[in-house]
Design a protein around this ligand. Structure first.
Ligand code: UDX
Length: 446
């Protein structure tokens, strides 16, 4: 009989995983402790913006016309325990307030709530990003609390999806990494992933600590790559070099590669910043802090980019923001997402506001979340309205919509024609032709 799957936590990771599992043909039950999220999902609505996810969900959510009916949602752990053979835990592990370490309370709460309902043999699979050592600890906690004891097994199966590309990354993963302590867990996960769609992805089996470390080290490498190119941008600015050309040229070397070398105002979001900090904190606990001191530099290069953008904007408006209108194009931490967690764009906007600038933000999908987080900033309903009357325009998230703007039209409504490209994504020639002074991070002024 086909395995029955449950997915605990319906954020970016869980909602996508649940829909993907249904797409692969499994009967799936998704759980969240927030009833309003569950209500939305039952109607086939996605609580966040993620391209392609709503369509995928609606193909499978029970009760939606024409759906396979394979995907259902609940708030009941009892129902989840009775239903599933394999339970994927997909809750988040945010950074603790005022500390580097990550907050494991959601993961722990999920395990504690699930365990008493494991009345038949089950495999619990952690997907959340956790400090190394967590899985071994959680496995003990699970077998102690589950009515079936050692028949409640644990595996760790980190997830590498990118927001904005979550559906594609989940259905066509680069690799499937599983950390296990026994053969049965490995066999069950091979069964889950032995589908026509995931077929062809390398399936790499290892122990718990290595699986946990694969995720944090992959994100650390990616963060390091971005901070490396941003450090080169700083040097380029000092030496009148061009970091965009530099990145292109070094990227031709296959050992370096072209990807993740876009210089700009740096990385943000719910993963990279908090993951490198939690990794440093955990290494400290393990007595291996020296191994990761470079990540402190990666983090500080990254944070410096935001400050630098603020300085460039201040210089552009004559040394003080007082009485100046600043248009901010972009609020999310990256395009094709509505996520504003640790967004460099909003951080820059907030700093300028604190320094007395009159900031007006526009973002194609992030407005609701941005207004909730930064209610004191100004917001406009379009890029054109944000730019109206501006003394400087800051391009801070590289949405396609911004690349397609006509700078000649914007020139008519701006007070001053100055644009700062914080993502190196606009076409300098186009903007200059329309009369704008264009400046980007790490590139000559021209
Ligand atoms: C990341 C990892 O890529 C993913 O594998 C992991 O599962 C979760 O964390 P995500 O947070 O969705 O995914 O975003 P990502 O595409 O990695 O971008 C992170 C940040 O880096 C964004 O703010 C982006 O603008 C920035 N970035 C990315 C750069 O500044 N330059 C680049 O070259 C690439």
């Amino acid at each position: 009989m086909a395995l029955k799957i449950t997915v605990i936590g319906t954020g970016y990771l869980g909602a996508t995983h649940a829909a993907a599992m249904a797409e692969l043909g499994f009967e799936v039950l998704g759980l969240d402790v927030q009833p309003e999220k569950i209500e939305m999902l039952r109607r086939g609505e996605v609580p966040m913006y993620e391209p392609g996810l709503e369509e995928l969900l609606r193909r499978h959510v029970a009760g939606i016309e024409g759906s396979t009916g394979r995907l259902r949602f609940t708030t009941s752990y009892e129902e989840v325990g009775a239903f599933g053979d394999v339970h994927f835990v997909c809750v988040n592990t945010p950074q603790k307030h005022g500390e580097y370490a990550c907050d494991m309370s959601y993961v722990e709460a999920a395990f504690d709530a699930l365990a008493p309902h494991l009345t038949r043999p089950a495999l619990v699979v952690g997907k959340s990003t956790v400090p190394v050592g967590s899985a071994a600890r959680l496995a003990q906690r699970l077998t102690a609390a589950a009515p079936v004891g050692a028949d409640a097994e644990l595996a760790w199966n980190p997830e590498f999806l990118r927001e904005g590309l979550a559906v594609q990354d989940t259905l066509h993963p680069d690799r499937i990494v599983v950390g296990v302590a026994g053969d049965r867990a490995e066999a069950l996960l091979r069964e889950v992933y032995a589908t026509p769609i995931a077929e062809g992805s390398p399936f790499v089996v290892m122990d718990y600590p290595t699986a946990e470390l694969v995720k944090t080290s992959a994100n650390s490498f990616l963060a390091t790559k971005i901070s490396f190119i941003n450090a080169m941008a700083e040097v380029c600015e000092a030496a009148d070099g061009d970091v965009v050309k530099l990145a292109e040229a070094i990227g031709h070397d296959e050992r370096i590669g072209k990807k993740f070398l876009r210089a700009g105002i740096g990385f943000g979001g719910g993963c990279l910043p908090k993951d490198i900090r939690a990794f440093m904190a955990r290494a400290g606990e393990l007595g291996a802090d020296q191994a990761l001191t470079f990540l402190r530099e990666v983090d500080s290069i990254n944070m410096r980019r935001r400050g630098h953008m603020v300085e460039l904007a201040r210089d552009a408006v004559g040394g003080s923001f007082l009485g100046k209108r600043v248009a901010v194009l972009g609020a999310t931490f990256k395009p094709d997402s509505d996520d504003v967690r640790d967004s460099p764009a909003l951080n820059v906007a907030g700093q300028i506001h604190l320094q007395g600038g009159q900031v007006t933000v526009y973002d194609p999908k992030g407005m609701v979340n941005a207004e909730r987080l930064f209610p004191t900033l100004g917001y406009a309903e379009s890029a054109l309205e944000a730019v109206r009357g501006a003394h400087v325009v800051l391009h801070l998230t590289e949405w396609r919509e911004f690349r397609e703007l006509d700078p000649a039209v914007l020139a008519e409504v701006a007070t001053e024609r100055r644009v700062l490209d914080g993502r190196n994504a606009l076409d300098p020639a186009l903007w200059r032709k329309a009369g704008w002074t264009y400046r980007a991070l790490g590139r000559p002024n021209a």
